[in-house]
Ligand binder design. Structure first.
Ligand code: GSH
Length: 279
């Protein structure tokens, strides 16, 4: 059992002092959700194996009263299994596969593309001793020079923003991905957003993005866990002439609109049968 209600968590941070890893961010939220204090072991990218006494070369890792637990999902499973009397991260077995699907979608449309928009900033913001390793490993990962991959991001960022519509739809009718209260779904997606905030020297989302309310409420949780002073402003992306809208107006059609009787569907019926404009 956690001594003094504290669990040790190994961090990956950059020169601003902010955590960069989406997996570590999610894990910090998972620990806080279970009511634990976090004893954060600082550090960057190089020397993880040495820092952890050879336990792992990937983070997060936690140590609970001497017991090492690796992997962000492994940690969630451990915390819920070991501390069932505390608030559940995965409150029903169906939640885990849904979070995995949501997370995989989000990596494809947002985390990966944002990484490619900020990859040179990512390297420049990392600790000086990490620069060489980040350049070498991320250029192999990405397949080109980081500066070249980052170039042209002004054209890509609006498209990434537009692609986040499913998340906006999910949050339109309830305050959290977890429903009435947050759960690991919220923390998992937020982890990727805070990764982006740790490196986004130019903003990724517009000032009036409907996701802003949820993101900011997540950042306020647990005494402002997501409010590290090293994080960059997420909002301020502008729609330029010729750009598609950065987010959609509340949509029409079956998946968007609840059928509450004829009045709720008449305009759409008219549109699809007579080609009339919006209603
Ligand atoms: N499956 C692992 C992935 C962890 C992972 O890949 N962590 C990255 C940070 S985002 C890492 O440790 N990178 C070290 C490196 O790049 O050398 C988990 O969910 O914890």
């Amino acid at each position: 059992m956690a001594q003094n209600n504290t669990i040790t968590c190994y961090d990956i941070a950059i020169s601003t002092g902010a955590t960069i890893s989406p997996f570590v961010w999610s894990t910090k939220y998972a620990l806080a959700h279970k009511g634990f204090d976090i004893d954060l072991v600082p550090g960057g990218f190089t020397g993880i194996a040495e820092r952890t006494g050879g336990q792992t070369e990937r983070l997060p890792a936690i140590v609970d009263d001497g017991k090492w637990v690796l992997d962000s999902w492994g940690i969630v499973e451990y915390l819920d299994a070991t501390y069932p009397d505390r608030p559940a991260l995965i409150p029903h077995p169906s939640v885990a596969p849904m979070v995995r699907a949501l997370d995989a979608w989000f990596w494809r449309v947002a985390t990966g593309p944002w990484m490619r928009c900020y990859c040179a900033d990512y390297r420049d913001l990392s600790n000086p001793e990490d620069h060489e390793y980040i350049t070498h490993s991320r250029e192999i990962m990405i397949g080109m020079k980081l500066e070249d991959r980052q170039a042209g991001r002004e054209d890509r960022l609006p498209l990434i923003s537009a692609d986040l519509e499913p998340l906006r739809i999910a949050l339109r009718e309830q305050p959290w991905l977890g429903g009435e209260t947050p759960n690991y779904a919220d923390y998992r997606i937020l982890g990727s957003i805070l990764f982006t905030a740790s490196v986004c020297k130019i903003p990724a989302l517009s000032e009036d993005d409907p996701l802003r309310d949820w993101i900011e409420r997540c950042r306020d949780l647990f005494g402002g866990l997501g409010r590290h002073p090293g994080l960059f402003p997420l909002y301020g992306l502008k729609q330029r002439e010729g750009d598609a809208p950065l987010f959609a107006e509340a949509g029409q059609g079956g998946i968007h609109k609840r059928n509450t009787g004829l009045a709720s569907t008449q305009a759409e019926t008219q549109r699809i049968t007579q080609g009339m404009a919006k209603g």
